[in-house]
Ligand binder design. Sequence first.
Ligand SMILES: C[S@@+](CC[C@H](N)C(=O)[O-])C[C@H]1O[C@@H](n2cnc3c(N)ncnc32)[C@H](O)[C@@H]1O
Length: 212
Amino acid sequence: MPMENGPFIDGIFAYFYEELLNTATLGGYGEILMTAIAHSGAHHGTSVLEFATGPGANCRRFLRLIGKSPYVGIDISQGMKKRFMKRCGDRDNVRFVETSITEPFDLHEKFDIVFISFAFHGFPHDKQRIIMENAYNHVKDNGRFCIFDYGTFDLETAHPVVEKIFRAVECPHAYNFIKLDLKEMAREIGFTKYKEWYPLNVPYLRLACMKK
Ligand SMILES: C[S@@+](CC[C@H](N)C(=O)[O-])C[C@H]1O[C@@H](n2cnc3c(N)ncnc32)[C@H](O)[C@@H]1O
């Protein structure tokens, strides 16, 4: 999504965002997200803060694993909020916060897991740093920040299909993200014990988790 300051999605696209992605990936989008969420370590008793949460589908996925533990989803889009509230708004342990993750904020509580999927690559580097600092400030000691997104790879030598799709849909920030040393960035912010996992055994999709 070629946006200047981040992957902002609203209106009709926000409403049908997940259906569009699921159709484009023949249903694979939802499945792969569930796998990544499970791999983030979420289970009964784990509290979760999700950045750029989107239309509430991830909230439902997390709830399958965390049950009645606290879940807070943050997103800047009114359209996403509407959809999120329809899906998860009736749960006592769920809260939606409408704010920007690219400005420093303080929820005055800390979580076992802070999670972000398919959004981090869409922000400029200075905003990515603020997002990571916001995560650091909201993770409990020994908690983790997990980023599910593109991995590090060279577009010139990538599979031709991946290269074509990437060039067709991605914003300029994504080109920088696939070259970024995420482990080093995490270290600079203060995270320790950085781990990566590649669900499809290819470098294009990566779950990176860093511990506080
Ligand atoms: C590509 S979608 C990803 C949604 C969801 N995480 C997923 O994996 O399906 C990007 C999301 O980032 C949200 N977003 C964009 N800029 C934001 C910001 N500054 N603060 C919070 N959310 C933001 C958009 O509204 C949208 O829901």
